[in-house]
Design a protein around this ligand. Sequence first.
Ligand SMILES: [Zn+2]
Length: 72
Amino acid sequence: MSSPQPSPPQQGTSGKAKFNVYTIEECPACGQKTKRAFQVGDYITKDGANCSKCGNATKITLIYAEPVVKAK
Ligand SMILES: [Zn+2]
């Protein structure tokens, strides 16, 4: 396997697969990472919410999609 490359989030239904898109906000001060649902307008380097640990402003460092897995 090659190292993971950041790929643009894909939303909607192209084909059968469905994806949930997530945003990772990272605190530059303490390194705390927060995963939350992607919101329209999110982009990497955008300011995120304040860090839950130290209160510093976080930045979005990663946006990615996970396939929705339906329980059988
Ligand atoms: Zn912090």
